[in-house]
Ligand binder design. Structure first.
Ligand SMILES: NC(=O)c1ccc[n+]([C@@H]2O[C@H](COP(=O)([O-])OP(=O)(O)OC[C@H]3O[C@@H](n4cnc5c(N)ncnc54)[C@H](O)[C@@H]3O)[C@@H](O)[C@H]2O)c1
Length: 249
């Protein structure tokens, strides 16, 4: 198998569709064996079926990334199927909207669980074997809203800012163990998550963008390939910003 990720074993959470789906496909194209984790096994399997032409080993697993026991069980299954995990992409996430004055505690808690707690749970589940092998790549899908914030998205922006802080802190801890930890902060990308947002919100957001359009998932996946590859070895605690110019960092 040739490619920039040949011989590597990757786990992509929320990999059935959207940005995670594109990353799973890009990794397989570059020669990595790929495990796709998602809420529904059928959705994860549909994605791994699409990876068949690349001739890599694939594995589909169902879990809710906010549930500690499910995450631990899923990671052990992936290790059993692929042998080990070299690359973890913490991509699974949700989006909802509410002004803070009207936001229910359940909405806040769900956001923290799915978009932030999950990153801790999935990372911890893969970390010790990576440290023992002195190699790992952890790529966290945050958002430009983690830098910038947005009305009706205080919970989402807070969770994504949390992901950025987690990324930087863990990067300090494990850089000398051969593990890189980085975040990607996409701008608005044409996925089911983005399409489901209120029309007014999307119109306002796209109007703010220098590029004047939403991005495509294939405009995010190459950044994940770079961070996962040997060429990405010197990125430590970075936030990569393919965002249409929304935040110029
Ligand atoms: N689309 C955007 O505009 C955009 C912008 C910036 C960041 N992001 C982030 O990118 C990531 C992917 O988003 P997307 O736009 O591809 O969304 P999407 O809804 O198209 O895909 C998300 C995937 O995650 C899965 N998922 C959701 N909750 C889960 C859970 N609890 N356990 C396991 N899997 C779960 C879904 O089933 C789905 O397959 C998210 O973290 C999102 O916050 C998206």
């Amino acid at each position: 198998m040739s490619g920039r990720l040949a011989g590597k074993k990757a786990l992509v959470t929320g990999g059935a569709r959207g940005i995670g789906g594109a990353i799973a496909t890009a990794f397989a194209r570059e020669g990595a064996d790929v495990a796709v984790l998602d809420l529904k096994i059928e959705a994860a399997e549909a994605r791994t079926a699409e990876l068949a032409p690349f001739g890599v080993k694939t594995f589909a697993v169902a879990a809710d990334v906010s549930d500690e026991a499910q995450v631990e069980a899923a990671v052990r299954k992936v290790e059993g199927a692929l042998g080990r995990i070299d690359i973890l992409v913490n991509n699974a996430g949700i989006d909802t909207t509410s002004v803070v004055a009207e936001m229910g505690t359940a909405m806040w808690d769900q956001m923290m669980a799915v978009n932030l707690r999950s990153v801790f749970l999935c990372t911890r589940a893969v970390l010790k074997p990576m440290i023992a092998r002195k190699f790992g790549r952890i790529i966290n899908i945050a958002s430009q809203l983690g830098h910038k914030g947005a009305p009706e998205m205080a919970h989402y922006a807070a969770a994504k800012a949390g992901v950025i802080g987690f990324t930087r802190s863990l990067a300090y801890e494990v850089a000398r163990d051969g593990i890189t930890v980085n975040a990607i902060c996409p701008g608005p990308i044409e996925t089911e998550l983005f399409k489901a947002l209120p029309e007014e919100w999307k119109k306002r957001k796209l109007g703010e963008l220098p590029i004047g359009r939403a991005g495509h998932v294939d405009e995010i996946a190459p950044t994940a390939v770079l961070l996962a590859s040997e060429e990405g070895a010197y990125y430590i605690g970075a936030t990569m910003n393919p965002n249409g110019g929304d935040v110029m960092l």
